[in-house]
Design a binder for this molecule. Structure first.
Ligand SMILES: [Zn+2]
Length: 266
């Protein structure tokens, strides 16, 4: 037959074999595309935030040098800057009582105006609590989460730092998952925030701080809107990181959503 070639000792694929291969490839693609896309989305959000911080630093630096610095000057700096949102968002300057913020219409606000100290409240507080817990457990190996928290609170003069969201203030508190004391403390410490400042008030709370991505998350109600309360007793920081991004109510709505606009103070 013209054009029909066979290799001696081998045969071609049958149609059924070919269909199976096509089906397997289709399944693999279907699985990997969403994983890849959600990773890309997170990477883009991180790059966007880093780019906004670069612009914000330029603005703050010039503002410190110049007493008559205005919103127009801040906007001119943004205009000149090469910083872009990798997801195609548009940057804009937000100006509130001479505190500048750089917003992205897709990814929200950089924490502006004295930004560095704002961000560092949670980070330094976590670091401090970890060190304290390690030292405390050396001397008192049997102490519980609440006993460690009470001892630590004395160091902060009986007052936890504050998280402010939409005009409401919450007390930022440390959590230590100390069930397995052979595990490194840094894998078992995170923060949460709630209106009640008492050391022992249960672990169902409106806000949790994910130390893996350094972001606050708020618990949602059943309908997926903010204003819920959820349990924060995860097995370690990685389980918490996973949960704040993927855990859902039984109706499929996300149980936690990222808080994009907030203030922290000591
Ligand atoms: Zn963006």
């Amino acid at each position: 037959m013209m054009g029909h070639r066979t290799i001696k000792g081998s045969r071609g694929f049958t149609l059924a074999e070919l269909l199976i291969v096509v089906a397997i490839v289709a399944v693999l693609v279907a699985i990997s595309v969403p994983i890849f896309t959600s990773r890309m989305d997170r990477t883009k959000a991180t790059v966007c935030e880093a780019n906004r911080k670069i612009v914000l630093r330029q603005i703050l630096l010039e503002q410190m040098e110049d007493d008559s610095f205005t919103r127009d000057d801040a906007e001119a700096i943004l205009e000149k800057s090469d910083a872009r949102c990798p997801a195609g968002g548009t940057f804009s300057v937000e100006w509130e009582e001479s505190f500048a913020k750089v917003n992205c219409d897709r990814h929200g606000a950089s924490i502006g105006g004295g930004e560095d100290t704002d961000i560092k409240v949670s980070q330094t507080f976590t670091e401090d609590y970890r060190q304290f817990t390690v030292e405390f457990l050396k001397k008192n190996p049997t102490k519980s989460n609440n006993q460690i928290r009470e001892a630590f609170l004395e160091k902060y003069n009986g007052k936890w730092p504050t998280l402010t969201v939409r005009g409401e203030s919450y007390s930022i508190q440390p959590y230590y998952q100390g069930k397995d004391k052979s595990r490194p403390v840094e894998e078992c410490v995170w923060l949460f925030a709630r209106p009640d400042a008492s050391a022992a008030a249960g672990w169902s709370v409106p806000y949790v701080y994910n130390i893996v991505d350094n972001k606050w998350y708020e618990a949602t109600k059943w309908d997926g809107t903010p204003g819920g309360a959820a349990n924060i007793t995860y097995s370690d920081v990685n389980a918490l990181d996973e949960a704040v991004r993927t855990a859902t109510h039984s109706n499929g709505n996300l149980q936690w959503i990222e808080v994009t606009d907030y203030k922290e103070s000591k």
